[in-house]
Ligand binder design. Sequence first.
Ligand SMILES: Cc1cc2nc3c(=O)[nH]c(=O)nc-3n(C[C@H](O)[C@H](O)[C@H](O)COP(=O)(O)OP(=O)(O)OC[C@H]3O[C@@H](n4cnc5c(N)ncnc54)[C@H](O)[C@@H]3O)c2cc1C
Length: 419
Amino acid sequence: MKITIIGAGIVGVTTSYFLAKHGYEVEVLERQEGPALETSFANAGMITPSMADPWNSPGILTTLVKNIGRKDSAFLLRLNALPSLIGWGLSFLLNSNKKTFLKNTHLSAGLSCYSLQVLKELRAELGLEYEQRETGSLKVFRDKGSMDKYAKISSYLEQYDMRFKMVYGTEILKIEPSLEPVIDELCGAIFYPDDEAGNAYKFTCEVAKAAEKEGVKFRYGVSAEKLNMVDDAIFGISTNEGDVKADKYILCTGSFSPILAQGVGIDIPVRPVKGYSISVPLNGWNKGPIMPIVDDGFHAAITPLGNILRVAGTAEFAGYDDRLDQDRINNLYELLEEIYPNFGAAVKREYVNEWCGFRPMSADGVPFIGKTPIENLFVNTGHGPLGWTMASGCAKMLCDIVTDVTPKLDPYSYRLGRC
Ligand SMILES: Cc1cc2nc3c(=O)[nH]c(=O)nc-3n(C[C@H](O)[C@H](O)[C@H](O)COP(=O)(O)OP(=O)(O)OC[C@H]3O[C@@H](n4cnc5c(N)ncnc54)[C@H](O)[C@@H]3O)c2cc1C
């Protein structure tokens, strides 16, 4: 049985590994020249089941309206993106009422915790090295109201055995001494000891190598242009390199999934939400950060990865516009300087890699994993700001669905067509 996966981001590559391990003949089509060169390339690197709450939390509408056109805001809605957001945007907002938000947080948290478990197993099985850190993460707050609000979410997530500790002043410094210069500006922090971090690009490349050893054939530079149907099934894919045929097909094309699916009459409510990152050389800073620091106000994070600090975040509804907006990038430099004033002030921008990517955001903040109305077409997409956190679990779950094994989590909750 041959399966063709479209997309070699972190989701497609991990999916290919599990399916090949299961004995399938697997081929992956990827338009780039290697794995993880789009959104999985330079994300914040955090594996944070603790932050599983969807972004469309109660109050998101006010936040978005207040920030229209504000280049320094964490959330930016560009007016020219509005037409592409009409149906999806309404669903995104409808999902932000308290009851639905909690239901979606529950689904997202269950999946993230499961995924962390699968990631640990994969790491042990394959001996993966990807600049990983099993240090936990720290969310810092500048005002008590935000901290109390987030503490409630953390309490809610305790049902998944996600531990958290609220810390203040010198207690924060015991966990993360590098925050010493700004400690007086923080009203407190929440420490999540079970979170992890790591370089998603390196992880994906390592898993791709392992998948190749299991027989997966990666075809880079191959762009899927159209899914072709005969009767009720996919018959093949038209690509820039000719037609490709398989028995089953899986869309792992991140933010671009709706485009291919639309061609065969399937609506995938996923839209791109642009985010930015800067990768700053640590230059031997030997008392540098130990763990990812998430700044709640900025909606951004600073993560030590190997010999760089990755500053990543901000959300911009800008359609598929992949230009690097210098104002948004500047926000990240500012955050770096706010959290690490000495280090931030000394950064030489010519040595910094600036990047942006599209988070594949589903309307309810939960990914789509599983079957589609077309019998031999499956999806694994819509992981939004948590694709690194969720990739391993989603890949295993999709493999279970394809092979008719009962998945650990109920796939009905993650089905396409639920919103
Ligand atoms: C700034 C930022 C910070 C983030 N931080 C975190 C974080 O700390 N933790 C976390 O868990 N998540 C984070 N994320 C989210 C995470 O990076 C994404 O959810 C994840 O990378 C999505 O993976 P993917 O494989 O679905 O998509 P992608 O990595 O985009 O992969 C899709 C692949 O499909 C290919 N493709 C698309 N269309 C076609 C086609 N027609 N033919 C052939 N190939 C095609 C693309 O080239 C691409 O390689 C962040 C995202 C951003 C932008």
